[in-house]
Design a protein around this ligand. Sequence first.
Ligand code: ADP
Length: 318
Amino acid sequence: MTSTAPRTPQDPPAEPAAGPAVALTGVHKTYGATRAVDGVSLTVARGEFFGLLGPNGAGKTTLVEIMEGQRRADSGTVAVLGESPWPRNTALLPRLGVQTQSSAFFVRLTAREHLVTMAALYRCDAAAAERALASVGLTEQGDTRVDDLSGGQRQRLAIASALVHDPELIFLDEPTAALDPQARRSLWKVLRDLKGAGRTIVYTTHHLDEAEALCDRVAIMVEGRVAALDSPGRLIAASSPTTRLLVPADRLTPDRARAIPGVDRVTEEGGSIVLETLASGRVLAAVDEIAGLQGVQTRTASLEDVYLALTGTGAPQP
Ligand code: ADP
């Protein structure tokens, strides 16, 4: 693997905001006969919230570990904040923040004590720990023992642990896995705030609604390759312009629905007649005349539809 040569003390200091946060070209990694990462090229811009999606086994973890410097790519070039993360680059490590599924905690300490300890590992002071606590909305729980935090609060603490040394690039691995919908939504705010503060985030998730809501761009990986890479909005727009109208089944018969000009397909689904159309405005007006609009729902394509089309699978359960 080649990449930007490590800097020597004689080199001028790197411009902090110069170049992309991550630049990968033709990255491969095999484990025996398994092509875990099979020729991935992508860049992550500074300040970008970048999502890595794909079914289990698609190569996301391997790719992230290569970016983090935990694994060596077999071939290709890897530049993270302008540096090569391999061989283990001790100058780069403090510039990265890593939250993993198995984030370790000092469970007998309070949340604040845990963060102060984490901060000390990076030679940061207690004020840095306090800032990290506040940035994930945990100030009030600062004196709660890690053991006694809820699942959602622990996830926040894991993120705070990755932030405490003020890294330029943050890796978040399914930060909302195993959270109930309410805790998940409240963590979205934390993630949005990180993005608002100009952080660069590389984030893996199985929650497609979340990726759609949060990410500037997503890469959908399938069998080690990038099958699609763009903003969720552009991926959705390119995938299907079809709108689905759901009309309560007691208000419209399938035959009547099929007769409406502009309706391409009619199906029944859980107590609704579903009308697929490319002319939603015209069809909605016709439905209004026949049945009224009360209870009628409109569904446009989502990132999940794009994902399903590319992977041929449902979103795996986290
Ligand atoms: P994902 O994170 O998308 O689930 P992974 O990167 O974990 O994907 O795995 C990609 C492929 O590489 C899978 O087929 C997986 O079984 C295989 N794999 C991952 N890690 C190893 C390893 N340490 N040794 C052998 N095979 C591995």
